[in-house]
Design a protein around this ligand. Structure first.
Ligand code: NIG
Ligand code: FE
Length: 415
């Protein structure tokens, strides 16, 4: 048995047996903590925690690693509930096009964007895709990501969507962090279906979904509900088909336009609605008292120069909010959740505590990992973060651009 004792922790955050699955509204301002704390793990399972004064003498030192966390903070690892981590190549040329004045939509309309990535992915073999994603994964773990959701959606053909999902499955089996897989066949309409979107939707429903379900390749289903992509009605049709195969929805909605996708997704029992750079009162109304969590992606707004989601309005209305990276080669070439934390504070006007709730408990919920991730409680196998020596919690989003994470402790055994 391997044992870890972390002692002299300046503050142990997000700890306790009473933390709910979703933290909403006003409650997001508070994070339970223990000052001058210790935390004990056995084979990755949290077996004890408390104030240093209550730490009993160690009777058995065998296989025990003692970590002195003097001046450091400890909290659950971040969960990244929205990413497109598997892709073939970066897209700096579009970045430069945008600097020169083109918009994301204009670039997409001239064959760039998602279709550009799909073309590159078709030319890349499974092994290369896997190795590329693995590299990105180890990089994001350095900045505190202890679980990640990964979408397909750069395949856009039966063969290539399955290829992406197999890569995600292989990552699931081999990576030391928990991974959730989302089928995003409806990410864009491939060129060959430009004049017959219906046929592409049929391909998703009749060809892709049955094989994906049969091979257990996805946990969730996603649709990019947006002008020039998929309408609300098309999204409903695809999500409905996904539900029949047991895939819950996590959807891209309201990135550029409000199309009524939020309410439609809530009615289809979606776990999360993601992006929400634009939001209407009707959307907020639809989300109230639902089990669907708004998931905000401020790095995407930063990189594309589009509006930031109105987190204040959502939280002040009593909604919960999760934060995620949206790591992808087009709109967000970064999976650094420390930077997301900073943007959440500076641009979304979330307090450091609200943002940490959004990156831990609420993010774990957004990816269906509430039972194991996002909080520190007895009997759980949650990944844990230890910070570097820093003055206080707010210093992390305040001193942006630096990595304040010193160590990620992972429970997953097959690493
Ligand atoms: O979440 N909005 C749709 N999908 C991605 C962007 C994909 C891309 O440009 O490659 C997003 O921002
Ligand atoms: Fe996305």
């Amino acid at each position: 048995m391997s044992k870890i004792l972390i002692k002299n922790i300046k503050k142990l955050f997000q700890v306790g047996e009473e933390i709910p699955e979703i933290i909403r509204g006003e409650a997001m301002k508070t994070i339970p903590f223990i000052e001058n704390a210790y935390l004990a793990l056995e084979d990755g399972v949290i077996v004890d925690y408390g104030n240093m004064e209550n730490l009993e003498g160690i009777s058995d030192w065998r296989n025990l690693e003692v970590i002195d966390a003097t001046g450091k903070f400890v909290f659950p690892a971040f969960c990244d509930a929205h990413s497109h981590l598997v892709f073939a190549k970066s897209r700096e040329e579009e970045f430069v096009d945008r600097i020169n004045g083109l918009s994301y939509e204009e670039i997409a309309l001239k064959g760039g964007g998602i279709l550009n990535s799909a073309k590159k992915l078709a030319e890349t073999n499974e092994e290369e895709l896997y190795q590329g994603a693995l590299k990105r994964l180890s990089k994001v773990m350095e900045t505190g990501t202890g679980a990640i959701e990964i979408k397909s959606g750069y395949g856009l053909s039966v063969e290539a969507e399955l290829k992406m999902l197999r890569v995600i499955k292989r990552l699931k089996e081999n990576a030391p962090v928990e991974i959730k897989s989302t089928f995003l066949g409806a990410h864009a309409v491939p060129l060959e279906f430009k004049d017959n979107k219906k046929a592409y939707i049929n391909l998703i429903i009749d060809e892709m979904l049955p094989q994906i379900a049969d091979q257990h390749l996805a946990d969730f289903i996603d649709v990019f509900c947006e002008k020039n992509y998929f309408t609300k009605e098309e999204m409903q049709q695809i999500l409905d088909a996904g539900l029949k195969y047991g895939l819950q929805a996590k959807v891209h909605v309201n990135q550029f336009n409000v199309l009524g996708g939020v309410k439609a997704a809530v009615e289809l029992n979606a776990r999360s609605v993601d992006h929400l750079e634009y939001i209407s009162d009707a959307d907020i109304e639809a989300l109230m008292n639902s089990t669907c969590i708004p998931t905000l992606l401020p790095s995407c707004s930063y990189f594309l120069g589009i509006p930031y989601a109105d987190a204040r309005k959502m939280i002040d209305s009593g909604l919960p909010v999760a934060l995620a990276s949206d790591y992808n080669p087009g709109s967000t070439p970064s999976g650094n959740l420390g930077f997301v934390w900073s943007l959440a504070c500076v641009k979304l006007k979330m307090t450091p505590e609200e943002a940490l709730n959004a990156l831990t408990v609420n993010a774990a919920y957004a990816m269906g990992l509430s039972h194991s991730h996002g909080k520190i409680a007895l009997g759980r196998k949650s990944p844990i973060l230890i910070t570097k020596e820093i003055p206080n919690l707010s210093y992390i989003p305040y001193a942006f651009g630096e990595n304040h994470i010193e160590r990620l402790i992972l429970p997953k055994s097959h690493s």
